[in-house]
Design a binder for this molecule. Structure first.
Ligand SMILES: [Zn+2]
Length: 407
């Protein structure tokens, strides 16, 4: 396959581009064979990116809003509603919902997803069995990772923490916790870090998901990561909404610590817009974390989907480019094309994927060809029209072949 006269965003170029801005790309045997300056740079045909990576989703509870109800912007109300319903779900219910989400992600061009699984106590949840089936079914197409999502206070009980960490290790997952203004926060976080180091696990936190300026979990996590020295676990933090309402100097110093700690920071624009800010009047503070300051401090910022059609966020779907567009508008991420790294290369690094998402001869031909001819059209629905290329072939053509009757 030959793809002609395309833009490739700067951060996604795994090759020396010199002064060239428009490229011809050839694919063969499921890989990129060559990337060259375009023979015809005058007729732009679109933008080529590597398949996006969704660093933070919740496929165990998506599509439950009709049953559970929307929480009208109250995070803790959403947690309460979900708790009452979770016990009723069978592995089959959860598996069906997961499959719906993954199908949509696959069609949209996503190549890897990291999902959090509600894990409220020491017992592994039913969602883990459904997840393991999905991971197996999608192997070789979508790379799936999971994080155990446990209230931080559960780790105060040493035995409970140990059981969770053992189960996560057995199932090949990432250890996580929900952290918000907990009592004895540093001590409990220290226990989570101990478990990660003892079991060789990476960490991923829901942290400071609220607009209280005294929520400083992110800072504590960065300090703990640094204090663990060379054997520190790999750490990703999601939300960090409170960073947006802290004094700029305080936020800046926290982000410098995050950079030193190598923490990946994920903003979740859809859920944060929905859950943060007033509901009795037009909301003005909206809770997006300080993405631009994070980038300036040397932290790799990411944008991810988070909740889809559940109590936490009753709308949305698994098209990461939609979330990207919202993030660009919400946080003034310009030039937009430079921020495509937030849903591709940065997320690939944070998740430790085998391919860093840079396009170069020899890389996998798992690509999305967008109609957008420049950064402005990236936020235009027509510009987001796309051809998803999987293993060097147009996904729609592969589908047509599958539908042909066997003769
Ligand atoms: Zn989340």
């Amino acid at each position: 396959m030959k793809l002609s006269s395309l833009r490739i965003p700067r951060g996604m170029r795994g090759f020396e581009s010199g002064l060239a801005e428009v490229f011809d790309v050839t694919l063969s045997d499921g890989r990129v064979a060559s990337v060259e300056p375009a023979l015809d740079a005058s007729t732009l045909r679109g933008t080529l990116i590597s398949c996006p990576v969704d660093a933070h989703v919740h496929i165990d509870k998506n599509y439950t809003v009709r049953e559970v109800g929307p929480a009208s912007g109250d995070l803790f109300a959403a947690i309460g509603r979900m708790e009452r319903h979770r016990a009723l779900w069978s592995v089959e219910d959860i598996a069906a919902r997961m499959e719906r989400a993954l199908q949509q992600a696959w069609r949209s061009g996503t190549r890897a997803l990291r999902t959090h699984l509600d894990w409220p106590g020491p017992e592994a949840p039913r969602a883990l069995a459904a997840f393991e089936q999905a991971r197996e079914r999608w192997r070789g197409r979508l790379e799936l990772q999971f994080v155990s999502l446990t209230p931080l206070d559960v780790f105060a009980d040493a035995q409970a923490g140990e059981r969770i960490a053992q189960a996560v290790r057995r199932a090949g997952g990432v250890l996580g916790a929900f952290v918000y203004r907990n009592e004895g926060l540093v001590h409990k976080l220290g226990r989570v870090f101990d478990l990660a180091q003892e079991h060789g696990l990476a960490l991923d936190f829901h942290v400071d998901e609220g607009l209280d300026a005294d929520a400083t979990g992110l800072r504590a996590i960065a300090q703990l990561t640094i204090s663990r020295g060379a054997r520190r676990p790999r750490v990703v933090c999601g939300h960090a909404c409170s960073l947006s309402v802290q004094p700029p100097e305080q936020a800046h110093s926290t982000l410098q610590l995050c950079a030193e700690a190598g923490i990946g920071l994920v903003a979740l624009p859809t859920t944060n817009l929905y859950l943060q800010g007033a509901w009795d009047s037009t909301p003005v503070p909206r809770g997006i974390t300080r993405l631009r300051e994070a980038a300036a401090a040397g932290v790799r910022p990411m944008l991810a989907t988070d909740n889809v059609q559940d109590a936490f966020y009753p709308y949305g779907g698994y098209d990461l480019l939609e979330t990207f567009g919202l993030g660009v508008q919400m946080a003034h991420l310009a030039p937009a094309a430079d921020w495509l790294d937030a849903i591709t290369t940065h997320a690939a690094a944070a998740l430790g994927l085998g391919w860093d998402g840079r396009i170069a001869a020899g890389c996998p031909a798992d690509l999305v060809l967008l109609a957008a001819r420049d950064e402005y059209e990236l936020l235009d629905p027509q510009g987001r029209a796309r051809t998803v290329i999987r293993a060097g072939r147009d996904l729609e053509e592969q589908d047509t072949e599958l539908e042909e009757p066997q003769r």
